[in-house]
Design a binder for this molecule. Structure first.
Ligand code: SF4
Length: 378
């Protein structure tokens, strides 16, 4: 499986909860950034003998907001990637898009370039919540963007929503989720808000300007999620992700399997043959280094065998199917029950995890304490 991630580090403005590597504005850098990104892709393809491989299984353009870029620039990036690396028949080609930056022609151009999956960052359909978290769009623009994607011909749409927002109630969460499901998306990513350091929300929390919903309300929101997603035929397959049959995000499943992936762009992280590389986050410095033919990698991590084994277990447990014992053995020559011994027994006995003939997975009883389970196995 060959997966390629491309990072577009620009946004129209910074959302109040966001800790992703992205900068607001930077329009003057759009063109030079795309030129630099294509140069890095060209080097990458040469290094990895792309022409000798069977092509990409997945290509994912994320950010930031890839759709901040004029569509012609994004089209160049996609076409260059496919020209340089090729793609297997039926490859998944995803772009993250934000309402407020897209309309039908934009989507038509992306689909013509080969994109077959759109992931829309809606976050909420309630205008007061959208304003509070600092999104650039309102409910009407979110609806228009989803409709435009459908009219353009996209048959694989994922919507991102957030719960646990300041001021959000179980009733308003029900409204947002029901509205999202009314568009019949193939996939939903539902993230609970966490307050990250150095975000505006971090400051607001310290100033007591905002407060988060009570734990009982979060539990009620979880129940609503289970009820509505099940009624809509979307199944939970990872802690935050639901999909219709056959529409799991293959690019992200590859991450959770802890398989190799290539990457390019500012702040992008790749992992190949036990070596993880992080690229410089500042887009201006990224462009300068590429133009001077210098390396853009600022951090290299060589993963030790045991560390990689444990990481694969933890990542795999995020998925409902769990982690495959035979895959682990084939990759590391280690058997999961022998490796963890008594630690695992303490999770198996009360029924928090189960060890089948093929997989280790978290049980329904274990999901509410999934983070604690993973902390024991890390
Ligand atoms: S649009 Fe996405 S990446 Fe950009 S600031 Fe908002 S959450 Fe962060």
């Amino acid at each position: 499986m060959t997966a390629l991630y491309l990072h577009i580090p620009f946004c129209r403005s910074k959302c109040h909860y966001c800790s992703f590597s992205s900068c607001a504005g930077g329009e003057a850098l759009y063109g030079p950034y795309v030129d630099a990104l294509i140069m890095e892709l060209t080097r990458l393809a040469e290094q990895h003998g792309a022409t000798a491989t069977e092509g990409l299984d997945t290509l994912f353009l994320g950010g930031g907001t890839p759709t901040c870029l004029p569509v012609e620039l994004l089209q160049r990036v996609i076409r260059s990637s496919l020209d340089l690396f090729g793609a297997v028949p039926g490859a998944e080609i995803s772009v993250e898009a934000n309402p407020g930056t897209v309309e039908r022609r934009y989507f038509e151009t992306l689909l013509a370039a080969g994109v077959n999956r759109l992931s829309l960052g809606v976050q909420s359909f309630e205008d007061p919540e959208l304003a509070l978290i600092g999104r650039i769009h309102n409910r009407q623009e979110a609806c228009s963007a989803i409709e435009a994607a459908r009219v353009a011909g996209c048959t694989n749409i994922s919507l991102d929503l957030m719960f646990g927002l300041p001021g959000q109630t179980p009733a308003s969460w029900r409204n947002s989720l029901a509205k999202a499901l009314s568009f019949n998306p193939q996939h939903l990513s539902l993230y609970q808000l966490t307050i990250e350091p150095d975000t505006r929300f971090d400051v607001f929390m310290q100033n007591h300007t905002i407060s988060l919903p009570a734990e009982d309300d979060i539990v009620a929101m979880d129940d609503i999620t289970a009820e509505l997603c099940s009624a809509a035929g979307l199944r939970l397959y990872e802690t935050s992700n639901y999909a219709a049959e056959g529409y799991q995000c293959r690019h992200n499943v590859n991450y959770w399997l802890n398989d190799d992936y290539l990457a390019a762009g500012a702040a992008a992280v790749s992992c190949r043959r036990g070596v993880r590389e992080r690229r410089i986050a500042d887009p201006g410095e990224y462009i300068r280094r590429i133009n001077r033919q210098e390396s853009v990698v600022v951090e290299t991590e060589h993963l030790a065998r045991e560390e990689s084994f444990r990481e694969t277990v933890i990542m795999g447990l995020r998925m409902v199917q769990g982690v495959s014992r035979s895959t682990l053995y084939a990759r590391y020559g280690m058997e999961i029950s022998e490796y963890y011994g008594v630690i695992l027994k303490k999770l198996l006995d009360p029924g928090f995890v189960e060890l089948t003939a093929t997989h280790l997975r978290i049980t329904a009883k274990g999901w509410p304490i999934a983070n604690q389970i993973m902390a024991k196995l890390v």
